[in-house]
Design a protein around this ligand. Structure first.
Ligand code: F6R
Length: 608
Protein backbone atom coordinates (compact mmCIF):
# COMPACT_ATOMS: atom_id res chain seq x y z
CA UNK A 1 0.00 0.00 0.00
CA UNK A 2 1.02 3.62 -0.29
CA UNK A 3 4.23 4.71 1.35
CA UNK A 4 5.02 8.17 2.64
CA UNK A 5 8.27 9.93 3.53
CA UNK A 6 9.13 13.47 4.52
CA UNK A 7 12.34 15.38 5.22
CA UNK A 8 13.09 18.69 6.91
CA UNK A 9 16.66 19.74 7.63
CA UNK A 10 19.69 21.49 6.18
CA UNK A 11 20.58 19.09 3.34
CA UNK A 12 18.96 18.64 -0.05
CA UNK A 13 15.75 16.70 0.63
CA UNK A 14 15.58 15.04 -2.81
CA UNK A 15 18.05 12.15 -2.33
CA UNK A 16 16.60 11.46 1.13
CA UNK A 17 13.10 11.24 -0.31
CA UNK A 18 14.11 8.99 -3.20
CA UNK A 19 16.17 6.71 -0.94
CA UNK A 20 13.32 6.56 1.60
CA UNK A 21 10.77 5.73 -1.11
CA UNK A 22 13.03 3.02 -2.49
CA UNK A 23 12.95 1.34 0.91
CA UNK A 24 9.14 1.48 0.83
CA UNK A 25 8.88 -0.07 -2.64
CA UNK A 26 8.17 -3.44 -1.07
CA UNK A 27 4.81 -2.12 0.15
CA UNK A 28 3.57 -2.20 -3.45
CA UNK A 29 2.92 0.85 -5.67
CA UNK A 30 2.13 1.94 -9.17
CA UNK A 31 3.16 5.61 -9.21
CA UNK A 32 5.46 7.86 -7.22
CA UNK A 33 6.12 11.52 -6.59
CA UNK A 34 7.75 14.18 -4.46
CA UNK A 35 7.02 17.80 -3.54
CA UNK A 36 9.78 20.22 -2.62
CA UNK A 37 10.08 23.94 -2.04
CA UNK A 38 12.28 25.77 -4.55
CA UNK A 39 12.66 29.52 -4.12
CA UNK A 40 9.44 29.67 -2.18
CA UNK A 41 7.45 27.80 -4.81
CA UNK A 42 6.15 24.28 -4.34
CA UNK A 43 7.44 22.08 -7.11
CA UNK A 44 5.97 18.65 -7.79
CA UNK A 45 7.58 15.77 -9.69
CA UNK A 46 5.33 12.76 -10.08
CA UNK A 47 4.72 9.97 -12.52
CA UNK A 48 3.05 6.66 -13.14
CA UNK A 49 5.29 3.60 -12.83
CA UNK A 50 8.38 2.81 -10.85
CA UNK A 51 10.77 5.04 -8.95
CA UNK A 52 13.22 4.94 -11.83
CA UNK A 53 10.55 6.73 -13.92
CA UNK A 54 10.37 9.39 -11.24
CA UNK A 55 14.15 9.75 -11.16
CA UNK A 56 14.13 10.26 -14.93
CA UNK A 57 11.83 13.28 -14.71
CA UNK A 58 13.55 14.91 -11.71
CA UNK A 59 15.32 18.17 -12.37
CA UNK A 60 18.95 17.36 -11.39
CA UNK A 61 19.36 20.91 -10.11
CA UNK A 62 16.28 20.74 -7.91
CA UNK A 63 17.30 21.45 -4.32
CA UNK A 64 15.22 22.04 -1.22
CA UNK A 65 15.70 21.58 2.52
CA UNK A 66 12.13 20.34 2.91
CA UNK A 67 10.12 17.78 0.98
CA UNK A 68 7.52 15.04 1.02
CA UNK A 69 7.42 11.88 -1.10
CA UNK A 70 4.91 9.17 -1.87
CA UNK A 71 4.48 5.80 -3.54
CA UNK A 72 0.84 5.23 -4.51
CA UNK A 73 -1.07 1.96 -4.66
CA UNK A 74 -4.16 2.90 -6.65
CA UNK A 75 -7.56 2.70 -4.95
CA UNK A 76 -9.54 5.73 -6.15
CA UNK A 77 -8.64 6.30 -9.80
CA UNK A 78 -6.27 4.35 -12.02
CA UNK A 79 -2.47 4.59 -11.72
CA UNK A 80 -1.67 7.78 -13.68
CA UNK A 81 0.48 10.88 -13.55
CA UNK A 82 -2.45 12.98 -12.36
CA UNK A 83 -3.58 10.58 -9.67
CA UNK A 84 -0.05 10.19 -8.30
CA UNK A 85 0.75 12.09 -5.08
CA UNK A 86 1.64 14.71 -3.88
CA UNK A 87 -1.52 16.72 -4.53
CA UNK A 88 -1.71 20.49 -4.51
CA UNK A 89 -4.46 22.96 -3.69
CA UNK A 90 -5.63 25.26 -6.46
CA UNK A 91 -3.20 28.12 -5.77
CA UNK A 92 -0.37 25.59 -5.32
CA UNK A 93 0.54 26.73 -1.83
CA UNK A 94 -0.14 23.44 -0.02
CA UNK A 95 1.21 19.98 -0.93
CA UNK A 96 -0.14 16.76 0.57
CA UNK A 97 0.76 13.06 0.64
CA UNK A 98 -1.68 10.52 2.00
CA UNK A 99 -1.78 6.82 2.78
CA UNK A 100 -5.25 5.46 3.54
CA UNK A 101 -8.78 6.21 2.35
CA UNK A 102 -10.95 9.26 3.00
CA UNK A 103 -14.35 7.58 3.14
CA UNK A 104 -16.44 10.77 2.94
CA UNK A 105 -14.34 12.35 0.18
CA UNK A 106 -17.27 12.51 -2.29
CA UNK A 107 -19.29 14.63 0.08
CA UNK A 108 -16.31 16.96 0.76
CA UNK A 109 -15.47 17.10 -2.93
CA UNK A 110 -19.01 18.04 -3.95
CA UNK A 111 -19.10 20.76 -1.31
CA UNK A 112 -15.72 22.15 -2.41
CA UNK A 113 -16.76 22.14 -6.08
CA UNK A 114 -20.20 23.64 -5.53
CA UNK A 115 -19.66 26.13 -2.75
CA UNK A 116 -15.96 26.94 -3.06
CA UNK A 117 -15.60 26.62 -6.84
CA UNK A 118 -12.60 24.34 -6.48
CA UNK A 119 -11.40 22.52 -9.60
CA UNK A 120 -10.08 19.02 -9.04
CA UNK A 121 -7.25 17.60 -11.11
CA UNK A 122 -7.32 13.95 -10.04
CA UNK A 123 -9.85 11.23 -9.33
CA UNK A 124 -8.34 10.52 -5.93
CA UNK A 125 -9.92 10.83 -2.52
CA UNK A 126 -6.61 12.30 -1.28
CA UNK A 127 -6.81 15.51 -3.32
CA UNK A 128 -9.64 16.77 -1.11
CA UNK A 129 -7.14 17.02 1.75
CA UNK A 130 -5.02 19.63 -0.05
CA UNK A 131 -8.10 21.75 -0.81
CA UNK A 132 -9.51 21.36 2.69
CA UNK A 133 -6.25 22.38 4.36
CA UNK A 134 -6.11 25.35 2.02
CA UNK A 135 -9.70 26.29 2.91
CA UNK A 136 -8.84 26.41 6.62
CA UNK A 137 -5.36 27.92 6.25
CA UNK A 138 -4.92 31.24 8.02
CA UNK A 139 -1.15 31.29 8.48
CA UNK A 140 -0.82 28.26 10.79
CA UNK A 141 -0.41 24.93 9.00
CA UNK A 142 -0.96 22.80 12.09
CA UNK A 143 -4.20 24.61 12.86
CA UNK A 144 -5.42 24.14 9.29
CA UNK A 145 -4.60 20.42 9.37
CA UNK A 146 -6.52 20.02 12.65
CA UNK A 147 -9.56 21.68 11.09
CA UNK A 148 -9.31 19.70 7.87
CA UNK A 149 -8.97 16.38 9.70
CA UNK A 150 -12.03 17.23 11.73
CA UNK A 151 -14.07 17.04 8.51
CA UNK A 152 -12.60 13.75 7.36
CA UNK A 153 -13.79 10.20 8.02
CA UNK A 154 -11.47 7.34 7.16
CA UNK A 155 -7.94 6.11 7.58
CA UNK A 156 -4.91 8.26 6.99
CA UNK A 157 -1.27 9.00 7.48
CA UNK A 158 -0.80 12.44 5.97
CA UNK A 159 2.19 14.69 5.41
CA UNK A 160 1.66 18.37 4.53
CA UNK A 161 3.93 21.26 3.60
CA UNK A 162 3.05 24.86 2.81
CA UNK A 163 4.93 27.30 0.62
CA UNK A 164 4.21 29.98 3.20
CA UNK A 165 5.84 28.06 6.06
CA UNK A 166 8.97 26.64 4.42
CA UNK A 167 10.43 25.50 7.75
CA UNK A 168 7.57 23.32 8.86
CA UNK A 169 6.25 19.88 8.06
CA UNK A 170 3.00 18.68 9.60
CA UNK A 171 1.81 15.08 9.78
CA UNK A 172 -1.17 13.27 11.23
CA UNK A 173 -2.12 9.66 11.74
CA UNK A 174 -5.32 7.64 12.04
CA UNK A 175 -5.24 3.90 11.32
CA UNK A 176 -2.40 4.11 8.79
CA UNK A 177 1.19 3.70 9.99
CA UNK A 178 3.35 6.74 10.68
CA UNK A 179 6.72 7.09 12.35
CA UNK A 180 9.04 10.00 12.94
CA UNK A 181 12.82 9.72 12.62
CA UNK A 182 14.98 11.99 14.75
CA UNK A 183 18.24 13.26 13.26
CA UNK A 184 20.73 16.04 14.00
CA UNK A 185 19.47 19.26 12.46
CA UNK A 186 17.04 17.15 10.47
CA UNK A 187 13.90 15.17 11.10
CA UNK A 188 11.86 12.74 9.06
CA UNK A 189 8.48 11.12 8.70
CA UNK A 190 7.77 7.75 7.07
CA UNK A 191 5.34 4.87 6.87
CA UNK A 192 7.88 2.36 8.02
CA UNK A 193 11.26 2.06 9.70
CA UNK A 194 13.38 0.78 6.75
CA UNK A 195 12.76 4.09 4.94
CA UNK A 196 14.74 5.96 7.60
CA UNK A 197 17.18 3.42 8.94
CA UNK A 198 20.04 4.70 6.83
CA UNK A 199 19.78 8.05 8.60
CA UNK A 200 18.69 7.36 12.14
CA UNK A 201 17.84 4.62 14.62
CA UNK A 202 15.88 6.97 16.88
CA UNK A 203 12.21 6.83 16.07
CA UNK A 204 8.97 8.10 17.56
CA UNK A 205 6.01 5.80 16.96
CA UNK A 206 2.99 7.98 16.28
CA UNK A 207 -0.34 6.82 17.70
CA UNK A 208 -3.82 7.19 16.26
CA UNK A 209 -5.30 10.69 16.24
CA UNK A 210 -1.93 12.29 16.87
CA UNK A 211 -0.55 15.29 15.00
CA UNK A 212 3.15 15.98 14.53
CA UNK A 213 4.72 19.37 14.03
CA UNK A 214 8.27 19.10 12.67
CA UNK A 215 11.01 21.64 12.10
CA UNK A 216 14.63 20.77 11.44
CA UNK A 217 15.48 20.80 15.15
CA UNK A 218 12.20 20.13 16.93
CA UNK A 219 9.44 17.53 16.84
CA UNK A 220 6.25 18.04 18.83
CA UNK A 221 3.47 15.48 19.04
CA UNK A 222 -0.04 16.63 19.91
CA UNK A 223 -3.17 14.65 20.72
CA UNK A 224 -6.57 15.35 19.21
CA UNK A 225 -7.22 17.99 21.91
CA UNK A 226 -4.09 19.84 20.81
CA UNK A 227 -2.22 18.98 24.00
CA UNK A 228 1.48 18.11 23.65
CA UNK A 229 2.22 14.42 24.18
CA UNK A 230 5.46 12.93 25.54
CA UNK A 231 6.76 9.95 23.58
CA UNK A 232 9.69 7.77 24.48
CA UNK A 233 12.29 7.39 21.74
CA UNK A 234 12.12 3.94 20.15
CA UNK A 235 15.63 2.74 19.34
CA UNK A 236 15.80 0.38 16.40
CA UNK A 237 18.21 -2.43 17.18
CA UNK A 238 18.09 -4.44 13.99
CA UNK A 239 20.43 -3.70 11.19
CA UNK A 240 19.87 -2.16 7.78
CA UNK A 241 21.56 -5.27 6.33
CA UNK A 242 18.56 -7.34 7.28
CA UNK A 243 16.60 -5.16 4.86
CA UNK A 244 19.11 -5.74 2.04
CA UNK A 245 19.34 -8.67 -0.40
CA UNK A 246 22.80 -9.87 0.67
CA UNK A 247 23.65 -11.55 -2.64
CA UNK A 248 20.29 -13.27 -3.16
CA UNK A 249 18.59 -12.47 -6.43
CA UNK A 250 15.35 -11.56 -4.67
CA UNK A 251 14.23 -10.72 -1.15
CA UNK A 252 11.70 -13.54 -1.39
CA UNK A 253 14.45 -16.12 -1.88
CA UNK A 254 16.59 -14.59 0.83
CA UNK A 255 13.64 -14.68 3.21
CA UNK A 256 12.86 -18.32 2.40
CA UNK A 257 16.47 -19.11 3.33
CA UNK A 258 16.23 -17.09 6.54
CA UNK A 259 13.60 -19.42 7.97
CA UNK A 260 15.94 -21.56 10.06
CA UNK A 261 17.13 -18.39 11.78
CA UNK A 262 13.64 -16.93 12.25
CA UNK A 263 12.25 -20.14 13.73
CA UNK A 264 15.29 -20.52 15.97
CA UNK A 265 14.88 -16.99 17.32
CA UNK A 266 11.16 -17.45 17.84
CA UNK A 267 11.66 -20.69 19.81
CA UNK A 268 14.88 -20.23 21.69
CA UNK A 269 14.04 -16.81 23.07
CA UNK A 270 11.02 -18.47 24.72
CA UNK A 271 12.60 -21.49 26.44
CA UNK A 272 14.42 -21.42 29.76
CA UNK A 273 17.09 -23.97 30.66
CA UNK A 274 14.41 -26.38 31.93
CA UNK A 275 12.62 -26.19 28.59
CA UNK A 276 9.77 -24.30 30.18
CA UNK A 277 8.05 -21.79 27.92
CA UNK A 278 8.45 -18.21 29.05
CA UNK A 279 6.21 -15.87 27.08
CA UNK A 280 7.28 -12.37 27.94
CA UNK A 281 4.43 -10.15 26.87
CA UNK A 282 1.74 -12.76 27.48
CA UNK A 283 0.23 -11.67 30.73
CA UNK A 284 -2.38 -14.27 31.57
CA UNK A 285 -2.14 -16.89 34.28
CA UNK A 286 -4.07 -20.09 34.96
CA UNK A 287 -6.85 -18.14 36.67
CA UNK A 288 -7.44 -15.84 33.70
CA UNK A 289 -7.21 -18.73 31.25
CA UNK A 290 -9.83 -20.65 33.23
CA UNK A 291 -12.29 -17.92 32.38
CA UNK A 292 -11.68 -18.25 28.62
CA UNK A 293 -14.26 -20.51 26.99
CA UNK A 294 -13.61 -19.78 23.33
CA UNK A 295 -10.97 -18.39 21.06
CA UNK A 296 -11.21 -16.57 17.75
CA UNK A 297 -8.16 -16.42 15.52
CA UNK A 298 -8.55 -13.61 13.01
CA UNK A 299 -6.17 -12.62 10.22
CA UNK A 300 -5.80 -12.20 6.45
CA UNK A 301 -4.09 -14.16 3.69
CA UNK A 302 -1.03 -16.08 4.76
CA UNK A 303 -1.46 -15.05 8.38
CA UNK A 304 -4.97 -16.55 8.24
CA UNK A 305 -3.50 -19.78 6.87
CA UNK A 306 -1.12 -19.87 9.83
CA UNK A 307 -4.18 -19.34 12.04
CA UNK A 308 -5.87 -22.43 10.57
CA UNK A 309 -2.97 -24.53 11.81
CA UNK A 310 -2.83 -22.59 15.08
CA UNK A 311 -6.46 -23.53 15.64
CA UNK A 312 -5.61 -27.22 15.46
CA UNK A 313 -2.67 -26.83 17.84
CA UNK A 314 -4.67 -24.91 20.45
CA UNK A 315 -7.61 -27.30 20.31
CA UNK A 316 -5.29 -30.30 20.60
CA UNK A 317 -3.02 -29.02 23.38
CA UNK A 318 -5.15 -26.56 25.32
CA UNK A 319 -8.57 -28.11 24.68
CA UNK A 320 -10.35 -24.81 24.11
CA UNK A 321 -12.73 -24.45 21.13
CA UNK A 322 -11.27 -22.20 18.45
CA UNK A 323 -12.75 -20.53 15.40
CA UNK A 324 -10.58 -19.07 12.69
CA UNK A 325 -11.90 -16.28 10.47
CA UNK A 326 -10.65 -14.04 7.72
CA UNK A 327 -10.62 -10.54 9.15
CA UNK A 328 -12.60 -8.96 6.31
CA UNK A 329 -15.55 -11.23 7.18
CA UNK A 330 -15.28 -11.53 10.95
CA UNK A 331 -16.98 -8.27 11.89
CA UNK A 332 -19.92 -8.80 9.59
CA UNK A 333 -21.20 -12.04 11.04
CA UNK A 334 -21.86 -10.72 14.52
CA UNK A 335 -19.60 -13.26 16.25
CA UNK A 336 -20.25 -14.43 19.81
CA UNK A 337 -17.56 -12.39 21.50
CA UNK A 338 -17.69 -11.51 25.18
CA UNK A 339 -15.41 -11.22 28.20
CA UNK A 340 -14.83 -14.96 28.13
CA UNK A 341 -13.33 -14.76 24.65
CA UNK A 342 -9.68 -14.70 23.74
CA UNK A 343 -9.20 -12.97 20.40
CA UNK A 344 -5.94 -13.78 18.62
CA UNK A 345 -4.86 -11.43 15.83
CA UNK A 346 -2.11 -12.68 13.53
CA UNK A 347 -0.25 -10.21 11.36
CA UNK A 348 3.23 -9.86 9.95
CA UNK A 349 2.98 -6.10 9.47
CA UNK A 350 0.71 -5.40 12.41
CA UNK A 351 -0.96 -2.76 10.23
CA UNK A 352 -3.51 -4.76 8.20
CA UNK A 353 -6.62 -2.67 8.59
CA UNK A 354 -9.18 -5.48 8.47
CA UNK A 355 -7.30 -7.33 11.21
CA UNK A 356 -6.99 -4.16 13.25
CA UNK A 357 -10.67 -3.30 12.93
CA UNK A 358 -11.67 -6.84 13.91
CA UNK A 359 -9.41 -6.57 16.93
CA UNK A 360 -11.08 -3.31 17.95
CA UNK A 361 -14.53 -4.79 17.50
CA UNK A 362 -13.61 -7.77 19.69
CA UNK A 363 -12.13 -5.42 22.29
CA UNK A 364 -15.34 -3.36 22.35
CA UNK A 365 -17.24 -6.55 23.08
CA UNK A 366 -14.98 -7.32 26.04
CA UNK A 367 -12.57 -9.91 24.60
CA UNK A 368 -9.00 -10.24 25.75
CA UNK A 369 -6.67 -9.49 22.84
CA UNK A 370 -3.54 -11.47 22.09
CA UNK A 371 -1.54 -10.78 18.99
CA UNK A 372 1.11 -12.66 17.05
CA UNK A 373 2.98 -9.95 15.19
CA UNK A 374 6.32 -9.48 13.46
CA UNK A 375 6.72 -5.71 13.34
CA UNK A 376 7.69 -4.32 16.73
CA UNK A 377 5.61 -1.37 17.84
CA UNK A 378 3.02 -1.80 15.06
CA UNK A 379 -0.63 -0.88 15.60
CA UNK A 380 -1.84 -4.43 16.26
CA UNK A 381 0.98 -4.90 18.77
CA UNK A 382 0.17 -1.69 20.57
CA UNK A 383 -3.54 -2.36 20.87
CA UNK A 384 -3.18 -5.84 22.37
CA UNK A 385 -3.29 -7.08 25.96
CA UNK A 386 -0.88 -9.92 25.25
CA UNK A 387 1.81 -9.97 22.64
CA UNK A 388 3.86 -12.68 21.03
CA UNK A 389 6.43 -11.35 18.59
CA UNK A 390 7.62 -13.55 15.76
CA UNK A 391 11.31 -12.82 15.48
CA UNK A 392 11.46 -13.25 11.71
CA UNK A 393 13.22 -9.93 11.05
CA UNK A 394 11.97 -7.50 8.40
CA UNK A 395 10.06 -9.19 5.60
CA UNK A 396 10.43 -7.18 2.40
CA UNK A 397 9.20 -9.57 -0.33
CA UNK A 398 5.47 -9.03 -0.76
CA UNK A 399 4.82 -12.77 -0.52
CA UNK A 400 4.94 -13.80 3.10
CA UNK A 401 7.35 -16.69 3.74
CA UNK A 402 9.41 -16.46 6.90
CA UNK A 403 6.54 -14.69 8.64
CA UNK A 404 4.40 -17.80 8.08
CA UNK A 405 6.85 -20.33 9.56
CA UNK A 406 7.51 -18.12 12.57
CA UNK A 407 3.76 -17.61 13.04
CA UNK A 408 3.31 -21.39 13.09
CA UNK A 409 6.13 -21.66 15.61
CA UNK A 410 4.56 -18.98 17.79
CA UNK A 411 1.23 -20.83 17.67
CA UNK A 412 2.80 -24.11 18.80
CA UNK A 413 4.48 -22.33 21.71
CA UNK A 414 1.27 -20.58 22.67
CA UNK A 415 -0.78 -23.77 22.45
CA UNK A 416 1.74 -25.67 24.59
CA UNK A 417 1.89 -22.80 27.07
CA UNK A 418 -1.89 -22.74 27.44
CA UNK A 419 -2.01 -26.53 27.62
CA UNK A 420 0.49 -26.46 30.48
CA UNK A 421 -1.38 -23.69 32.33
CA UNK A 422 -4.63 -25.61 32.00
CA UNK A 423 -3.06 -28.98 32.73
CA UNK A 424 -4.64 -30.29 29.56
CA UNK A 425 -1.52 -31.62 27.85
CA UNK A 426 0.34 -34.75 28.82
CA UNK A 427 3.93 -34.27 29.82
CA UNK A 428 5.22 -36.70 27.18
CA UNK A 429 3.46 -34.86 24.36
CA UNK A 430 4.62 -31.50 25.69
CA UNK A 431 8.23 -32.68 25.74
CA UNK A 432 7.99 -34.25 22.31
CA UNK A 433 6.68 -31.05 20.75
CA UNK A 434 9.29 -28.91 22.50
CA UNK A 435 12.05 -31.23 21.31
CA UNK A 436 10.55 -31.25 17.85
CA UNK A 437 10.47 -27.46 17.77
CA UNK A 438 14.10 -27.29 18.82
CA UNK A 439 15.10 -29.45 15.86
CA UNK A 440 13.11 -27.40 13.35
CA UNK A 441 15.85 -24.92 12.34
CA UNK A 442 18.22 -27.75 11.35
CA UNK A 443 15.48 -29.68 9.60
CA UNK A 444 14.36 -26.60 7.62
CA UNK A 445 17.99 -26.22 6.58
CA UNK A 446 17.99 -29.85 5.34
CA UNK A 447 14.95 -29.05 3.23
CA UNK A 448 16.57 -25.91 1.84
CA UNK A 449 19.70 -27.89 0.97
CA UNK A 450 17.55 -29.93 -1.42
CA UNK A 451 16.13 -26.81 -3.09
CA UNK A 452 17.68 -27.84 -6.43
CA UNK A 453 15.08 -30.66 -6.66
CA UNK A 454 12.33 -28.04 -6.64
CA UNK A 455 14.19 -25.85 -9.10
CA UNK A 456 14.28 -28.78 -11.51
CA UNK A 457 10.61 -29.49 -11.00
CA UNK A 458 9.75 -25.82 -11.62
CA UNK A 459 11.70 -25.88 -14.88
CA UNK A 460 9.37 -28.62 -16.13
CA UNK A 461 6.11 -27.11 -14.91
CA UNK A 462 6.40 -23.32 -15.01
CA UNK A 463 4.19 -23.04 -18.09
CA UNK A 464 1.48 -25.32 -16.74
CA UNK A 465 -1.59 -23.15 -16.18
CA UNK A 466 -3.68 -25.78 -14.38
CA UNK A 467 -2.56 -26.37 -10.83
CA UNK A 468 -4.27 -27.88 -7.80
CA UNK A 469 -2.99 -28.28 -4.26
CA UNK A 470 -4.62 -30.90 -2.09
CA UNK A 471 -4.12 -32.34 1.37
CA UNK A 472 -5.89 -33.74 4.40
CA UNK A 473 -5.89 -32.51 7.99
CA UNK A 474 -3.14 -30.02 8.62
CA UNK A 475 -1.95 -30.62 5.03
CA UNK A 476 -5.22 -29.19 3.81
CA UNK A 477 -4.50 -25.93 5.68
CA UNK A 478 -1.05 -26.02 4.17
CA UNK A 479 -2.46 -26.60 0.68
CA UNK A 480 -4.23 -23.22 0.93
CA UNK A 481 -0.96 -21.52 1.73
CA UNK A 482 1.02 -23.33 -0.98
CA UNK A 483 -1.58 -22.42 -3.57
CA UNK A 484 -1.78 -18.77 -2.48
CA UNK A 485 2.00 -18.45 -2.69
CA UNK A 486 2.06 -19.87 -6.21
CA UNK A 487 -0.81 -17.78 -7.55
CA UNK A 488 0.30 -14.47 -6.07
CA UNK A 489 3.81 -14.50 -7.50
CA UNK A 490 3.42 -16.68 -10.62
CA UNK A 491 -0.08 -15.44 -11.65
CA UNK A 492 -1.11 -19.06 -12.30
CA UNK A 493 -4.75 -19.75 -11.55
CA UNK A 494 -4.05 -22.37 -8.91
CA UNK A 495 -6.38 -23.43 -6.15
CA UNK A 496 -6.44 -25.66 -3.11
CA UNK A 497 -8.90 -28.24 -1.90
CA UNK A 498 -9.35 -30.73 0.92
CA UNK A 499 -8.38 -33.96 -0.82
CA UNK A 500 -11.52 -35.69 0.44
CA UNK A 501 -13.65 -33.02 -1.27
CA UNK A 502 -12.27 -33.73 -4.73
CA UNK A 503 -14.85 -36.36 -5.53
CA UNK A 504 -17.64 -33.95 -4.67
CA UNK A 505 -17.18 -31.88 -7.80
CA UNK A 506 -13.68 -30.59 -8.43
CA UNK A 507 -12.31 -33.82 -9.84
CA UNK A 508 -14.23 -32.93 -13.01
CA UNK A 509 -11.49 -30.38 -13.71
CA UNK A 510 -8.63 -32.88 -13.63
CA UNK A 511 -7.40 -33.74 -17.10
CA UNK A 512 -4.20 -34.74 -18.85
CA UNK A 513 -1.16 -32.99 -17.36
CA UNK A 514 -3.06 -31.03 -14.67
CA UNK A 515 -0.31 -30.37 -12.14
CA UNK A 516 -1.39 -31.61 -8.71
CA UNK A 517 0.66 -30.85 -5.61
CA UNK A 518 -0.30 -33.56 -3.12
CA UNK A 519 0.63 -32.87 0.48
CA UNK A 520 0.90 -36.23 2.23
CA UNK A 521 2.92 -35.59 5.38
CA UNK A 522 0.39 -36.89 7.91
CA UNK A 523 1.03 -40.47 9.01
CA UNK A 524 -2.54 -41.07 10.08
CA UNK A 525 -3.93 -39.84 6.76
CA UNK A 526 -1.22 -41.23 4.51
CA UNK A 527 -3.17 -44.17 3.08
CA UNK A 528 -6.15 -41.97 2.33
CA UNK A 529 -3.89 -39.52 0.50
CA UNK A 530 -2.43 -42.35 -1.55
CA UNK A 531 -5.97 -43.15 -2.70
CA UNK A 532 -6.60 -39.50 -3.61
CA UNK A 533 -3.37 -39.40 -5.58
CA UNK A 534 -4.41 -42.54 -7.48
CA UNK A 535 -7.76 -40.91 -8.28
CA UNK A 536 -6.15 -37.88 -9.91
CA UNK A 537 -3.44 -39.95 -11.58
CA UNK A 538 -6.13 -42.11 -13.17
CA UNK A 539 -7.47 -38.93 -14.81
CA UNK A 540 -4.15 -37.89 -16.29
CA UNK A 541 -2.76 -35.56 -13.58
CA UNK A 542 0.94 -34.99 -13.13
CA UNK A 543 1.44 -35.48 -9.38
CA UNK A 544 4.11 -33.87 -7.27
CA UNK A 545 3.90 -35.23 -3.71
CA UNK A 546 5.44 -34.02 -0.48
CA UNK A 547 5.82 -36.72 2.16
CA UNK A 548 7.87 -37.67 5.22
CA UNK A 549 11.14 -39.49 4.55
CA UNK A 550 10.75 -43.26 4.60
CA UNK A 551 7.21 -43.33 3.22
CA UNK A 552 8.44 -44.74 -0.06
CA UNK A 553 5.21 -46.24 -1.26
CA UNK A 554 4.22 -42.81 -2.55
CA UNK A 555 6.99 -43.06 -5.16
CA UNK A 556 4.86 -45.62 -6.98
CA UNK A 557 1.82 -43.38 -7.29
CA UNK A 558 3.41 -39.97 -7.96
CA UNK A 559 5.51 -38.49 -10.74
CA UNK A 560 7.85 -36.67 -8.36
CA UNK A 561 8.19 -36.81 -4.59
CA UNK A 562 9.94 -34.40 -2.25
CA UNK A 563 10.77 -36.02 1.10
CA UNK A 564 10.91 -33.82 4.18
CA UNK A 565 12.90 -35.11 7.18
CA UNK A 566 10.85 -37.16 9.64
CA UNK A 567 9.10 -35.24 12.37
CA UNK A 568 5.85 -35.29 14.39
CA UNK A 569 2.75 -34.92 12.20
CA UNK A 570 1.85 -31.74 14.08
CA UNK A 571 5.10 -30.00 13.15
CA UNK A 572 5.34 -31.22 9.56
CA UNK A 573 3.82 -28.01 8.05
CA UNK A 574 6.87 -26.00 9.18
CA UNK A 575 8.97 -28.21 6.91
CA UNK A 576 6.50 -29.02 4.16
CA UNK A 577 5.71 -25.39 3.41
CA UNK A 578 9.30 -24.79 2.32
CA UNK A 579 9.19 -26.82 -0.95
CA UNK A 580 5.90 -25.08 -1.82
CA UNK A 581 7.50 -21.67 -1.25
CA UNK A 582 10.49 -22.64 -3.39
CA UNK A 583 8.18 -23.95 -6.10
CA UNK A 584 6.30 -20.63 -6.19
CA UNK A 585 9.56 -18.72 -6.21
CA UNK A 586 11.23 -20.64 -9.04
CA UNK A 587 8.09 -20.74 -11.19
CA UNK A 588 7.66 -16.99 -10.78
CA UNK A 589 11.31 -16.27 -11.59
CA UNK A 590 11.21 -18.56 -14.65
CA UNK A 591 8.13 -16.73 -15.92
CA UNK A 592 10.09 -13.49 -15.67
CA UNK A 593 7.83 -11.95 -13.04
CA UNK A 594 8.77 -9.30 -10.52
CA UNK A 595 8.97 -11.86 -7.70
CA UNK A 596 9.39 -9.41 -4.83
CA UNK A 597 6.73 -6.99 -6.00
CA UNK A 598 4.01 -8.96 -7.77
CA UNK A 599 1.46 -6.99 -9.75
CA UNK A 600 -1.54 -5.48 -7.95
CA UNK A 601 -0.29 -6.50 -4.51
CA UNK A 602 0.84 -4.52 -1.51
CA UNK A 603 2.90 -5.66 1.44
CA UNK A 604 0.95 -3.83 4.04
CA UNK A 605 -2.79 -3.67 3.35
CA UNK A 606 -3.90 -0.55 5.16
CA UNK A 607 -7.31 -0.21 3.50
CA UNK A 608 -10.38 -2.34 4.22
C1 F6R B 1 0.60 -13.43 1.07
C2 F6R B 1 0.61 -12.28 1.95
C3 F6R B 1 -0.68 -11.74 2.40
C4 F6R B 1 -0.57 -11.32 3.89
C5 F6R B 1 -1.86 -10.61 4.31
C6 F6R B 1 -1.82 -10.23 5.77
O1 F6R B 1 1.89 -13.87 0.79
O2 F6R B 1 1.66 -11.76 2.29
O3 F6R B 1 -1.70 -12.65 2.21
O4 F6R B 1 -0.35 -12.46 4.65
O5 F6R B 1 -2.02 -9.46 3.54
O6 F6R B 1 -0.76 -9.38 6.06
P1 F6R B 1 -0.25 -9.19 7.52
O7 F6R B 1 0.33 -10.49 7.97
O8 F6R B 1 0.78 -8.11 7.43
O9 F6R B 1 -1.43 -8.81 8.36
Amino acid sequence: MCGIVGYIGTQNAVPYLIEGLSKLEYRGYDSAGIAINIDNQLKIFKTKGRLKNLEEILDPNAKSVIGIGHTRWATHGAPSNLNAHPHLNQSETIAVIHNGIIENYMEIKEWLIKDKKVTFKSETDSEVIAHLVDYFYEGDLLDAVYKAVDRMIGAYAIGVISKDEPNRLVAVRKDSPLIVGLGENENFIASDIPALLKYTRNMLLIENDEFVDLTKDKVTIYNSLRQPVEREVFKVTWDIDSAEKEGFEHFTLKEIFEQPKGVKETVLRRLNNKDEIVLEGVNFDAEILKNINKIYIVACGTAYHAGLIGRRAIEQFAKIPVECDVASEFRYRDPFVDDKTLFIAVSQSGETLDTLQSLREAKRKGARILSIVNVVGSSVARESDDLLYTWAGPEIGVASTKAYTTQLTAFYLLALYMGKLKGSIEEALYKAVINGLKTMPDLIQEVLDKGHEIQKLAAGQFNNEKVFFMGRGVDCDLAYEGSLKLKEISYINSFAIAAGELKHGTIALIEDETFVVALATQEKLYDKMLSNIKEVKARGAHVFAIAQAGNDQILKTSDEVFFIPRTMDELAPILAVVPTQLLAYYVSALRGNDVDKPRNLAKSVTVE
